[in-house]
Design a protein around this ligand. Structure first.
Ligand SMILES: Cc1cc2nc3c(=O)[nH]c(=O)nc-3n(C[C@H](O)[C@H](O)[C@H](O)COP(=O)(O)OP(=O)(O)OC[C@H]3O[C@@H](n4cnc5c(N)ncnc54)[C@H](O)[C@@H]3O)c2cc1C
Length: 416
């Protein structure tokens, strides 16, 4: 059923009785052309673009839990393409362009809101660094604006500009950045893929990838063996566990990242604001809650749970730029698992095993990458060729040394 103002009116007069489920709940078939392991944003987007762009519909998405239960429904919803490294900018810009037409494309309201992303700087050297980033973006045709203190004050006057340790000197603004409703993105891609014939198999866990003569032949699941010649691993925080079943060790470590939502208040924050002297980011949802987060827990884990040290660290950073929110009540916080790569940038590539493809290493930035990642991964799986926008995101860069170290912190995944 196509969603539109007319279908809304029609259903209003029919007592809302004709709505159909947004996607089916099929039984697994014995064989598919392509099996994707992971029904998060990236797996669903890949399935959607495989069907839509390449006409490949005999595809299954295996999801061990429910759609939207992974990081796609746990993130702080920030979308942007203000990257600096040449390998990253074209990819994230492709993704942002896809975001800009996504709701019309998949006929679903994902509440995409280009309200702007403002990265604050707090020292002269950081200003220079942000100017360099803005110039790198401009060279790739991605607009950004370097604001001085007055420019920031005009946009977000309530910040603590004179904080003794971290006075705010200015910021880099990407106006096209913003937020989108995270779980609606998963639902939109799920519905779009399903309506084109893709089978979305919830509560279906991939247990063991089967390989014969160096080529995948299928996957064992809790619902039986599924035969296939092509498998895409799109399991985000669980990538290393799934890849291990194919005998692969990857340059990825998993960590927990937490997100926080406050009670709803009147409009306070017009755009996404990030604190440059630490790692804190905040925006306000359309319902009025403040949505924010900070750094990872610094030990590896597969547990998608929050904890109190993370709360303390995040609230300390919040107080450094916005002491005025100190008495707002926290409503919820939770954790999600992050697949942190050794250089902080993602991997979209084939493996040495025939028919086994890899999409991982999304670190803090995978939500904004969702459409771009699905688009490029679908291209790779369908044509066996890397999409030009993802040409730097290869696995062998860790062998050749062509790493894409956006934050310049070296091979320490928890610092990216
Ligand atoms: C708290 C938090 C805040 C974040 N904030 C942002 C942000 O503001 N902006 C941004 O760009 N990014 C952000 N991210 C990162 C982003 O959410 C992730 O990088 C991205 O969602 C990962 O891709 P995904 O959606 O496919 O992952 P997921 O939704 O985690 O999908 C992977 C799926 O694979 C499934 N799976 C795993 N193993 C198996 C198996 N064996 N068999 C079957 N299924 C399996 C899991 O159940 C899961 O549903 C944040 C993440 C967190 C946790």
């Amino acid at each position: 059923m196509k969603y539109s103002i007319f279908s809304l009116f029609q259903q209003a007069f029919r007592d809302q009785k004709d709505w159909t489920p947004a996607w089916r709940d099929p039984e697994p078939k014995l064989e598919y052309d392509i099996v994707l392991i992971g029904g998060g944003g990236h797996g669903l987007a890949t399935a959607y673009y495989l069907a839509k762009e390449h006409g490949l519909k005999n595809v299954a998405v295996l999801e061990k839990g429910y759609i939207g239960g992974g990081s796609v429904g746990r993130n702080t919803t920030i979308v942007r393409s203000n990257y600096q490294e040449p390998g990253n900018i074209p990819f994230y810009e492709l993704s942002l362009k896809l975001w800009e037409g996504l709701e019309q494309d998949f006929n679903y309201n994902a509440m995409m809101s280009q309200r702007g992303v403002l990265n604050l700087y707090h020292s002269d050297s950081q200003r220079d660094e942000y100017a360099r980033r803005g110039n790198a973006m401009a060279m790739h045709g991605v607009p950004g604006e370097l604001l001085d203190r007055d420019g920031v004050r005009a946009l977000v006057p309530f910040l603590d500009f004179n904080n003794g340790r971290f006075p705010i000197q200015g910021g880099l603004l990407q106006k096209r950045g913003g937020t989108a409703r995270h779980d609606a993105v998963a639902w939109g891609f799920a519905r779009g893929a399903d309506s084109r014939g893709v089978d979305i198999l919830q509560n279906t866990e991939a247990k063991q990838i089967r390989i014969e003569n160096g080529h995948v032949i299928g996957v064992e699941t809790n619902r039986g063996f599924i035969k296939t010649k092509k498998i895409g691993i799109v399991a985000a925080g669980n990538t290393t566990r799934v890849a291990e079943t194919a005998g692969l060790r990857l340059p990825i470590e998993s960590y927990v990242l937490q997100a926080f939502v406050s009670e709803a208040i009147k409009p306070l924050i017009p755009c996404v604001v990030t604190f440059g002297a630490g790692h804190f980011y905040i925006s306000q949802s359309d319902k009025g809650g403040l949505v924010f987060g900070a750094s990872l827990d610094f030990y590896t884990s597969y547990a998608a749970r929050g904890n109190l040290p993370g709360v303390e660290d995040t609230i300390e950073e919040a107080m450094a730029i916005m002491p005025n929110i100190s008495r707002i009540r926290l409503l919820r916080h939770w954790g999600g698992i992050m697949d942190m790569s050794m250089d902080g940038s993602p991997i979209i590539d084939k493996t040495d095993i025939g028919g086994l493809y890899l999409n991982c290493g999304w670190c803090y930035g995978g939500f904004k990458a969702t459409p771009g990642s699905g688009f490029c991964f679908a291209h790779l799986i369908a044509k066996d060729e890397t999409h030009p926008a993802a040409k730097a995101l290869r696995l062998n860069r860790f062998e050749t040394g062509h790493v894409i170290d956006e934050s310049g912190t070296g091979a320490q995944p928890n610092l990216h």
